[in-house]
Design a protein around this ligand. Sequence first.
Ligand code: AKG
Ligand code: FE2
Length: 456
Amino acid sequence: MPSRSLLADAFRAYPVHEQQKNIEFTSLQEIPDSHKWAQLDDESQHPLMDPFITESVPVTNHGIPTSLLESVESASRSLFSLPIQQKLKAGRSPDGVSGYGVARISSFFSKHLWSEGFTIVGSPLEHFRQLWSHDHTKFCDIIEEYKKEMQKLARRLTWLMLGSLGITKKDLKWSGPTGESKKGTAALQLNYYPACPDPDHAMGLAAHTDSTLLTILHQSNTSGLQVLKEGIGWVTVPPIPGGLVVNVGDLLHILSNGLYPSVLHRAVVNRTKHRLSIAFLYGPPSSVPISPLQKLVGPHHPPLYRPITWNEYLGTKAKYFNKALSSMRICAPLNGLVDASDHNRSSRNRSANIHRRYRPRGPRQQGNIHRRSKQMKGGQGASTPWIHVSVQGGLCKILELGGGRKYQVSVTFKFLCKLKRFLASATTCSSTPICATCLVVGARKFLPSMVVGCKH
Ligand SMILES: O=C(O)CCC(=O)C(=O)O
Ligand SMILES: [Fe+2]
């Protein structure tokens, strides 16, 4: 796999501070306090009705032979069913990236996760030799074959998704058809979720977004993956035999300037069945700066994020975890899209956080936001109001902040179109792109007569 050492270096630069001991889950009759989570706020577990809304997309007809999916699943099963002492021989070293261990995200939570993991960056040979002294080559071959096929699929999917936004290969310099180093880099994450005596109080993998362009996930036939769907809650993505799930990651979110929002997801556990998942984490070359594509930004769509390499983003993620994406914002969410991690807050908290977070902070951000604020006739700097619009099915929610007023209304989709047309023709704002104040002025013009419900 190209650039593997760079990616390994990036992971190594941001080590996981593991607090979790690797334990033998199968011997436990009840959950130890260290692993006991409060109620998993699991009110709704609806089967997935419209995958395209959640941005977690099941893919079939993907060209990966079923036999290869079965082989990689069976190899993972063999790995996790080894005795714990054997697995620990291939344990991830404190400053290492590959090997057996707890999920990298576990250090962000006070309670431990009900899962085991095995990360593969580059060749698994050394670790597999520790696990299976005789037949490790068989397992290595399966993994290498799987990575090769996944790499091709990930590239194809990335281009399909970017192509649908009008992006061509010329628009992405690092993706040129020649030169190994121009290909994306990747890692493979094997996850194992043992059956759990009290699944309502255990968490397989806590809510997170992936720091990738996209993640291709193969799950065994036990469900467990859930994505957060705004206004509904956690939605189960059921396994489809032979199907793969594609999760949009933070880097595609940045690259597409929020048009492909990254998906907040988690894995829950099962009382009687264990579950396996194999995640192919696909990203760009690790030292290439990723920023909103030029073609996707314009007067009405300012770039929302500053440029960052995958390498640097892993550092940002290690520091801010689910707030990493928001920490990179250079502009308020004028286009109605929110960072996935914003979804898991109550709307009241979210309002407050958005207001606080998007005010100019560092000198770099000031260059972008503050300059525009100065040109405004109304709210200045810190008191600049922001508007946040999110579309859910036929309804849109408009959330307005600023001037001490706070309200949330539901309006029809037709109304949103009317509002958007008004905003497009707004002449009150001399700044380009149109500033947040003018968006709010536009909203005020319409809201009084259109309010369906109002919360003060
Ligand atoms: O097991 C799953 O379904 C989710 C795995 C995952 O999110 C990950 O490995 O990043
Ligand atoms: Fe994930």
